[in-house]
Design a binder for this molecule. Sequence first.
Ligand code: IPM
Ligand code: MG
Length: 370
Amino acid sequence: MTNIDLLLLPGDGIGPEVMAETKRVIEFFEKQGAAKFTVEEDLVGGAAYDAHKKAISEDAMRKARDADAILLGAVGGPKWANVPYDARPEAGLLRLRKDLQLFANLRPAICYPALADDSSLKRELVEGLDIVIVRELTGGVYFGEPKTITDLGNGHKRAIDTQVYDTYEIERIARVAFDLARKRRNKVTSSEKNNVMKSGVLWKEVVTQVHEREFKDVKLEHNLADSLGMQLVRAPKQFDVIVTDNLFGDILSDVAAMLTGSLGMLPSASLGEVDAKTKKRRALYEPVHGSAPDIAGKGLANPIAMIGSFGMMLRYSFGMTKEADMIEQAIAAALAKGLRTADIKGKAEKTVGTREMTDAILSELEKLAA
Ligand code: IPM
Ligand code: MG
């Protein structure tokens, strides 16, 4: 049986709760004989700060480098609002992304039929929605230097963030998007703000060149990021794969996620380059949702995005397509039965907690495996 070394980083808020339930799904597949999972666990975010005064320890970083894949819950919360900027919970996540060079963030937005009435948009606009946002994750304004606040001495300060992209960064993320589109409906929409930003001018130029050179069979469209935001809530089904930078991708993926009914539904994958020798790629999987401190510790959180993230791991890191499909089917079946956590309550009479939702998904998995 293949051995898979996993690092689990539950993090903060609802992270540990949804991770605990996902572990049961991991155990299910191990019992099925799908693979042997060797699981290590460590701290990230506020939890790591409380233990080490750092958002992630060197030991956890070493484990992250050694693991075949990483599963992360969520980071952050009001408890750490006043910690030093470099030790804020988000810094742990950003360091993992940057140090492991996880430049390609895949954020699928799929609307499960059972939830089409729970979207803030009308059913006909979202029913059958299946799009992927490919967000550049290690460059742009989140990492560019200078990044400073300077005292101007006259009672004013100046804050600077730097949006910076090199050709190679745009090329590699464009390739991920075109490759993915070929396995889907063969269409890529690239998004930037070339009307006001130099980085947008270069982004559009490089994406166009990569398309001309390597992916002429894929349909390519360009859409300014503001207009794309508008189109996403007007007619989201026109899109297939959307490729965009770190900042716009952060915003647009939250918008896309909400079309599906709740942020609690959406998994994501953050991938590095494929190693030419080993054919392996570094990868971290995490829900798109945050740590939801308001409901943390109450057993109310929706575990679907976290379980779905494990499913994406099986698909993208280990080629376990059958098992990944099973997870998606089990989630759809649990929803079709009418089970709802509070975030996807809609008109449901009764809601279930994290554990009951996972129980239902596990029992659907049992049926699928039988
Ligand atoms: C996300 C989150 C992170 C981001 C935060 C927690 C740093 O919003 O993954 O979308 O901005 O990238
Ligand atoms: Mg975000």
